[in-house]
Ligand binder design. Structure first.
Ligand SMILES: NC(=O)c1ccc[n+]([C@@H]2O[C@H](COP(=O)([O-])OP(=O)(O)OC[C@H]3O[C@@H](n4cnc5c(N)ncnc54)[C@H](O)[C@@H]3O)[C@@H](O)[C@H]2O)c1
Length: 450
């Protein structure tokens, strides 16, 4: 089959590469000259494990190409996927559909023969119908169908998620479109991965409902974590005990500094907005959004406590700024709230992230970037573990303690624990939803003397 993929971001590029690996002929289109130039040189503009090699393999096999020219890409294509961004619209929380509608219009102008226009971007319920109207208005002669095919891949594990999905959701209205979609996903169908076929609205809703539910689960455990701190419980044990219940499951029950990333913040806001527009309030989702904001503020307070009430004049090392490990994506990362609070409070902030610097430099002004976590910690008053990259999971804590001016740790991903930190020589340690400790000035003086 011939497929065109509009947008070569995290979703479009991974989808395009994986479809070509299924054996389809794929042309990926983007408006961004820099991205297309890189892709044509065999370079991947984003950090996604395994993507570069898979891309090279399929380019080599002649099944995958990149272009700025949408018209040439869709010539002869049986399906055109729209995988452009749907960020939060400024001011009202709604998903901004400008890019989706612009792509739909461009497709309409360029298409000549029957084609299925598939929306892969996350879009509010009703968008596929609007896409159909836009295309029909721009090219009344064109024979086409629309289909909704929301994407569920996770950055950092995107190829595996695409190749071995829990399910593929396809919203269609005609048998003809259904056949095209079945053919595209045949390699997965043959390997018994479930394909859920629905109407357009249900497919659109499944994506928002799934993301809002996951954001709710994370936020629920974060709120429980705050209560654990007050009552003396350990949230790690609590989530383990909860997660063993098959009805609950153990995924997305890790307490942390609040969710971030390219999807949960914008999709929860968009769902809340859709609810408001239909006079069917999404009370739970609205609460999740508010609690998540509060979590980030709570983290800043924790850090302040570890700095004796003020960031002013302190040196703080922050390990990890991407919204999660194994991606370079900084969109709505908790670090974008937490780090500016440190800088604004007068701290000298050093940041270390295995992949975050390229994106992060413009987003986090006033920080000093370090390649090595040990260099970042040298002379610091506080070390903050903000993203759980593997590189930070087995640090030589003794070495870090030796190099710090005042060894205190804020472990916002619960990688270590109070005992480990105390044994390593930290004078203060705090995490999320578990007991921390702070050595009193008296004890500290005694320790220094001995
Ligand atoms: N990032 C994720 O993990 C993820 C997961 C599931 C779903 N989604 C959804 O997928 C969609 C895309 O997300 P993303 O993270 O890949 O976005 P992105 O911002 O990384 O990529 C979008 C790309 O589309 C290009 N583009 C915009 N308009 C274009 C046009 N008219 N023609 C050609 N190219 C155009 C942009 O230049 C950009 O490269 C969003 O709706 C998002 O919610 C994202």
């Amino acid at each position: 089959m011939k497929i065109a993929m509009i947008g070569t971001g995290y979703v479009g590029l991974v989808s395009g590469v994986c479809f070509s690996d299924f054996g389809h002929n794929v042309v990926c289109v983007d408006k961004d000259q820099r991205k297309i130039d890189m892709l044509e040189r065999g370079e991947v503009p984003i950090y996604e494990p395994g993507l570069e090699a898979l891309m090279a393999k399929n380019v080599e096999a002649g099944r995958l190409a990149f272009t700025l020219d949408l018209a040439s890409a869709i010539e002869g294509a049986e399906a055109v996927f729209i995988a452009v961004g749907t960020p939060t619209r400024r001011g009202d929380g709604h998903a901004d559909l400008t890019y989706v509608m612009a792509a739909a219009e461009e497709i309409a102008r360029a298409a000549k023969d029957y084609v299925v226009i598939v929306t892969k971007s996350t879009v509010p319920v009703g968008t596929n119908r609007k896409v159909r109207e836009v295309v029909a208005a721009a090219n009344p002669e064109l024979e086409f169908d629309v289909a909704s095919n929301p994407e569920f891949l996770r950055e950092g594990a995107a190829i595996d998620d695409f190749m071995k999905p829990d399910r593929v959701v396809v919203g269609v209205e005609s048998d003809r479109a259904s056949k095209v979609m079945s053919e595209i996903y045949r390699p997965l169908y043959l390997r018994d991965f479930p394909i859920v076929t629905t109407d357009l609205e249900s497919a659109e809703m499944i994506k928002y409902a799934a993301n809002a539910f996951l954001a709710t689960k994370i936020t629920f455990i974060n709120e429980i974590a705050a209560l654990c701190e007050k009552v003396g419980a350990d949230v790690k044990q609590v989530s383990k005990g909860m997660g063993m219940d098959n009805r609950i499951g153990n995924k997305f029950l890790h307490a942390g500094p609040g969710y971030g990333g390219s999807c949960f913040p914008k999709d929860t806001k968009a769902l809340a907005r859709i609810g408001q527009e239909h006079a069917s309030p999404m009370y739970i989702t609205e609460a999740v959004i508010a609690v998540n904001e509060d979590m980030k503020r709570r983290m800043i307070e924790k850090l302040q406590d570890l700095c004796d009430g003020s960031f002013n004049g302190k040196t703080i090392a922050v390990l990890g700024v991407t919204f999660k490990p194994n991606t370079d994506d900084m969109r709505d990362a908790p670090s974008l709230t937490i780090v500016p609070a440190l800088v604004g409070g007068g701290a000298k902030v050093r940041v270390c992230d295995p992949q975050g610097q390229h994106e992060g430099e413009a987003l986090l002004p006033g920080v000093q970037w370090q390649d090595d976590p040990y260099d970042a910690a040298t002379g610091a008053d506080l070390i903050v573990l903000l993203t759980e990259w593997n590189e930070f999971r087995a640090l030589d804590l003794g070495k870090i303690v030796e190099s710090m001016t005042r060894p205190a740790m804020a472990d916002l991903r619960n990688i270590y624990n109070a005992t480990v930190a105390r044994d390593a020589g930290f004078v203060a340690y705090d995490s999320v939803g578990r007991a921390g400790f702070a050595t009193s000035l008296q004890d500290l003086a005694k320790r220094m003397a001995s």
